[in-house]
Design a protein around this ligand. Structure first.
Ligand SMILES: Nc1nc2c(c(=O)[nH]1)N[C@H]1C(S)=C(S)[C@@H](COP(=O)(O)O)O[C@H]1N2
Ligand SMILES: [Mo]
Length: 409
């Protein structure tokens, strides 16, 4: 696969000769300093670089952040070309599965141990699960006052089928001390500054989360190698938590005797005020809590918002619902701006942490403009809010109801 080339690197490393090779022809006239030929820019197309669907939306290319749209997420299992990409740094440039190793160290391991990727694959049993990954900042664009960062709408979520070994099995093989409480990850991506001493992100999970059946060191996605943008050749998957804990390109795990203190573990990153605050409040770090389980949420994936129907047509809607650590108990829809609600048919998840599919057949009383709203409720009895919930400085955890417009003409 072709590697992404950052503009800065391109300008720095590329002489006229290689520029010409890139364009496929001699460049006849002198290029203005720092100017990037369109042929190069077009090669930065995520469709070409990462094989993404043409309707995926690029929110940032330094680092790459690409989101889906609701209707692109209609598949039961999200295919690679419709999976959002969230990078904090630069995708590793040299990835060799043959030479890849994983080291487990930290103050709470009995003794440090290093496995080759091949050893991991052959020494531990493999498990396959469908697992939701949702960025903690999914829905951020709705917060006011706005939060800095990628303005995700609804598309920073996926549910692919991941295959890997259980983190628990590896930790047991290594041997961990009684005082172990947290696992921190280290990936092979580089900091945007390219300073090798800096990590773009190094987050982690409490030991209890690490010991769950579905917490994997994954080496395959949807029955194939994990795509490079999603963590090839080895990634941590801890579904139910914000996807920032699911470290990509993992080469080291630290077993910690305290909450991991890697990059983006400290507030305000991936933290929210422990108690609700007024929108716009400055919240001190001590008053922030690290996000753990993601809240109940749903997405209408069919039809695309703006669907047009004739008055005699019924509308079959469908989508998915998920709820961090719990299950979704019900999904309801409303066509009258929330005045009345009708139940959708809801499937059980294929496994814990997989999203659940819902559908309904809707008839509309007469011609006009409608919105279909969907609202999921988890097994704790907690429902999605109608409006953007609890404002927080970084714009996390927006699980407000999704809605689509429908015109009956
Ligand atoms: N090494 C590494 N792991 C990472 C990240 C990263 O930048 N580097 N981003 C995290 C964040 S914030 C999210 S939301 C998910 C995104 O996973 P995806 O790009 O496969 O969809 O990866 C997480 N794991
Ligand atoms: Mo994220």
């Amino acid at each position: 696969m072709k590697k992404p080339v950052t503009r800065r690197k391109f300008i720095k490393n590329t002489g006229l000769g290689s520029l010409a090779a890139w364009a496929g022809l001699d460049i006849v006239y002198a290029l203005p300093k720092g100017y990037l030929p369109l042929a190069v820019l077009q090669d930065q197309d995520p469709q070409k670089l990462f094989g993404k669907h043409k309707d995926m939306r690029v929110l940032n290319d330094q680092p790459w952040n690409i989101e889906a749209q609701a209707h692109l997420l209609d598949d039961a299992v999200t295919p690679a070309d419709k999976m959002f990409v969230r990078n904090n740094g630069i995708i590793p440039e040299e990835v060799s599965p043959e030479a890849w190793t994983l080291t487990i160290n930290g103050e709470s391991v009995a003794q440090q141990k290093t496995y080759s990727l091949k050893e991991l694959k052959t020494q531990f049993p493999a498990h396959t699960y469908q697992l939701v990954l949702e960025c903690g900042g999914n829905g951020r664009s709705e917060y006011y006052p706005p939060a800095e960062g990628n303005q995700w709408t609804v598309g920073a979520v996926s549910c692919a089928e991941w295959t890997g070994i259980r983190l628990r099995d590896v930790l047991r093989d290594v041997g961990i001390k009684d005082d172990a409480v947290y696992i921190g990850y280290y990936g092979k991506d580089s900091h945007l500054s390219r300073d090798p001493a800096k990590n773009p992100i190094s987050r982690g999970i409490p030991l209890s989360k690490a010991m769950e059946d579905q917490t994997l060191l994954a080496f395959a996605m949807n029955g194939a190698d994990i795509p490079i943008a999603h963590g090839h050749p080895l990634r941590l998957i801890a579904s139910g938590y914000p996807a920032s804990v699911s470290g990509k390109w993992i080469h080291r795990l630290a077993v910690r005797d305290k909450v991991h203190d890697g990059e983006k573990m400290a507030a305000p990153s991936y933290s929210v005020p422990c108690e609700p605050v007024q929108p716009g409040t400055e919240v001190p770090g001590e008053a922030m809590c690290i996000i753990e389980n993601m809240p109940v949420k749903s997405l209408i994936t069919y039809p695309k918002s703006g669907a047009m129907l004739r008055p005699d047509q019924r509308l079959a809607i469908r989508g998915h619902a998920w709820a961090g650590a719990s299950l979704v108990r019900s999904v309801d829809y409303s066509i009258d701006f929330g005045a009345t609600w009708q139940p959708c048919r809801l499937q059980d998840p294929v496994n814990r942490f997989a999203w659940q599919h819902f559908e309904a057949d809707i008839s509309f009383p007469k011609k006009g403009y409608y919105e279909v709203w969907a609202r999921a409720t988890d097994t704790e009895g907690i429902s999605q809010p109608m409006l953007t919930p609890g404002w927080n400085p970084k714009g996390y955890l927006n699980n407000a109801c999704h809605r689509i417009a429908v015109k009956i003409t």
